[in-house]
Ligand binder design. Structure first.
Ligand code: NDP
Ligand code: MG
Length: 397
């Protein structure tokens, strides 16, 4: 008889696109998974529904008012403890009630709770790429120190992970790996002219051709900053450098990335573009479980296409590689500037084509220092945001 290890899972960002996909996989396997904590920022209605279905021990709202509202709404569910504030996020991420944490908060605010889960030595399913991009070496040092099992959920990194020998994830040279082929969809504006990128609207940027995702990552996909963040993410996860990684635009989004070996073999991971595949892979690893994903129909797809990324129309990818090379606090500042620029674009205060300009100007105006502590990273994140907002205001007048 096979014994199934039952995992107790906390989901940071439970109401988002990744959070809900995670809960969909968990729903299919009540024998394998139970829910310890669900967290969100302000989405009370969605949390009420999720708490009734999954009966977590903790429900955390980062926003204190939303926590008070959730507590009132869950009066009929005394088994769920409702907590509020960002400290509570770290508390449930690091406590002993769960062994697995899905890190799926969007943006830099996800770093402290993700780090708490890492420091507690849990299995950490990493979707929140911004956390790793900001803090790179410090984050990976914390992983090595605690023995946490960080499994990549980003579809490309999960694909790369699946194409590598599991014991050589951080030793690409020892594994005989010569190149990582990081695929990119190219986003909704892949074929747009530089001129027309000035007039695109938030709704168009969020309408990704292949993936259904939260707004921020959708805009990142449209600017190619998502690929820039992923380039840095891959360098840290797989202990390699941008020179070993070649971005391939593959508009069908069926090959999720590839790994080339010294003997000429190229291993690829393919599948329908559905995040439940990497999520199920991370939740059950090293086992395989059903995830509700539509089978791949290659006869219907017919052809695969590949292009080089156009760094003139989409300079964010280049900016990210440069920030990685600069090192220190440069990636944290770049990430902060990008978050501010994306938010300004989404609220109609910045033109899409000016997102890279804001990032470039913010990087130029912010001193790079060694990233020697998390406090330094948080301080530079805050400084980068102030500078980026000034740059956004300057463009508006
Ligand atoms: P969503 O915007 O759909 O969801 C974000 C989640 O984070 C929500 O639960 C939201 O709560 C919560 N949240 C937002 N702000 C805060 C805050 N200040 N404090 C605490 N919680 C907060 O994002 P996605 O699911 O699309 O993305 C999540 C992460 O996963 C991102 O880092 C993204 O880059 C990464 N990722 C996503 C993929 C995808 O397919 N969506 C693919 C690969 C990576 P509320 O609902 O209350 O606002
Ligand atoms: Mg991705």
């Amino acid at each position: 008889m096979v014994t199934i290890v039952k995992r107790r899972v906390s989901i940071l960002g439970a109401t988002g696109s990744i959070g809900l996909s995670t809960l969909d996989v968990i729903r299919r396997h009540p024998d394998r998974f139970s829910v310890s904590a669900l967290t969100a920022s302000t989405s009370v209605d969605s949390m009420v529904e999720l708490c009734h279905e999954f009966r977590p021990r903790y429900a955390v709202m980062a926003d204190e008012n939303a926590a008070a509202e959730l507590s009132r709404a869950l009066g009929d569910l005394p088994s769920v403890a409702v907590l509020g504030g960002s400290e509570a996020l770290c508390q449930v991420a690091g406590d002993g009630d769960s062994d697995t944490v899905m890190a799926a908060i969007v943006g830099a605010v996800g770093l402290p709770p993700t780090l708490a889960a890492v420091r507690a030595g849990k299995r950490v399913l990493l979707a929140n790429k911004e956390a790793l991009v900001m803090s790179g070496k410090l984050f990976m040092d914390a992983v090595l120190a605690s023995g946490a099992d960080v499994l990549p959920i980003d579809s490309e990194h999960n694909a790369i992970f699946q194409c590598m020998p599991p014991d050589k994830i951080r030793d690409t040279r020892g594994a005989g790996i010569t190149r990582i082929l990081l695929t990119a969809s190219g986003g909704p504006f892949r074929t747009h002219s530089a001129e027309s990128l000035r007039n695109v609207l938030p709704a168009e940027a969020c309408n990704h051709p292949n993936w259904s995702m939260g707004q921020k990552i959708s805009v990142d996909s449209a600017t190619l900053m998502n690929k820039g963040l992923e380039l840095i993410e891959a360098c840290w996860l797989f202990n390699t450098t941008p020179e070993m990684i070649e971005v391939h635009v593959h508009p069908e989004s069926i090959i999720h990335s590839m790994v080339e070996y010294a003997d000429g073999s190229v291993l690829a991971q393919l599948g329908s573009p559905d995040m439940r595949t990497p999520i199920a892979n991370g939740l059950a690893w090293p086992e395989r479980i059903e995830a509700g994903v539509a089978p791949l129909d290659l006869f219907r797809i017919g052809q695969f296409h590949f292009e080089r990324p156009d760094l003139e129309r989409f300079p964010c990818l280049k900016l990210a590689a440069e920030a990685f090379h600069k090192g220190g606090t440069a990636p944290a500042v770049m990430n902060a500037a990008n978050e501010e620029a994306v938010s300004a674009f989404l609220s109609g205060n910045l033109c899409f084509a000016d997102i890279p300009l804001i990032i470039e100007r913010t990087l130029a105006a912010t001193e790079v220092v060694p990233a020697d502590s998390f406090d330094t990273i948080f301080a530079k994140d805050a400084e980068g945001r102030v500078v980026a907002r000034e740059q956004i205001r300057a463009l508006a007048v």
